[in-house]
Design a protein around this ligand. Structure first.
Ligand SMILES: Cc1cc2nc3c(=O)[nH]c(=O)nc-3n(C[C@H](O)[C@H](O)[C@H](O)COP(=O)(O)O)c2cc1C
Length: 225
């Protein structure tokens, strides 16, 4: 919820990428996911609608399902993502490929942005990209920078210029794939492994039925081409 360096970098990217025809929606943490996952496993074993925090999870899921591009921003806290971000991601374990991945994810792009004073961007980005890859997001981009500051005001002009330039490059990569996103090789391999898993072993009958109903245990695939 605090609008520091990380939020500002995300905003710079949005300003570069969004046109007047786009809708930009934002979730702020912890406001939009204030409760820890309680580990009831209802989402995994029964139905995600039954999550005790469904007043937060369902709107967030709808927003993400409808979006063309997902941007996650997180500062580095003790070498990892924030507790708030982890709490958010914990609520979407049911949509990991090992369970019931959401079909629209395979044709989406996502960006993960982290900032640190000095170090820890790599494990922090991984904390988020682990979920994105296992959700099946087609293309995932990472950007981490040591801003050598604890607020955007303290970031040097040289750094700000470098960040702006990096956001330009990221923007053109994303635009190039706009309307033509397909899953990257990593996602396709993960899907293939999970498909074998669903066919041969499976964790819950619910997951298997989901895969069957989508035709994924046969010839159908969730990506466009
Ligand atoms: C609780 C806490 C833990 C932090 N841990 C790290 C860290 O492990 N490594 C680091 O380089 N900076 C660390 N920082 C500094 C922030 O990551 C850094 O200032 C970041 O740019 C803040 O982003 P923001 O302006 O978006 O809040 C920490 C800051 C806080 C408040």
């Amino acid at each position: 919820m605090h609008k520091g360096s990380t939020y500002t970098i995300g905003k710079i990217l949005v300003e570069k990428i969004a046109t007047e025809n786009d809708t930009v929606s934002q979730l702020f943490l912890p406001r939009d996911m204030p409760n820890f996952c309680v580990g009831c496993t209802k989402c995994i074993l029964q139905d995600e609608q039954l999550c005790p925090h469904n007043e937060y999870t369902l709107p967030a899921a709808k927003l993400m399902n409808e979006a063309d591009l997902l941007i996650f921003t997180t500062p580095v806290y003790v070498f990892h993502t924030t507790g708030q971000m982890k709490t958010f991601l914990d609520h979407f374990a049911y949509r990991w490929m090992v369970h019931r991945p959401e079909k629209s994810m395979f044709n989406k792009q996502a960006v993960v942005i982290s900032t640190a004073a000095g170090a820890g961007m790599r494990p922090t980005n991984k904390d988020v990209t682990d979920s994105l890859y296992f959700w099946g997001v087609g293309r995932v981009y990472k950007y981490g920078i040591a801003v050598q500051a604890t607020s955007w005001k303290g970031v040097s002009d040289t750094k700000k210029e470098k960040i702006s330039h990096s956001m330009d490059k990221l923007c053109s990569k994303i635009k190039k794939r706009e309307n033509n996103v397909t899953a990257c090789l990593k996602t396709k391999i993960l899907f293939k492994v999970m498909r074998i898993f669903q066919k041969k072993i499976g964790i819950s009958p619910l997951d298997k039925i989901y895969w069957q109903n989508n035709g994924w245990l046969d010839k159908k695939r969730p990506w466009k081409h």
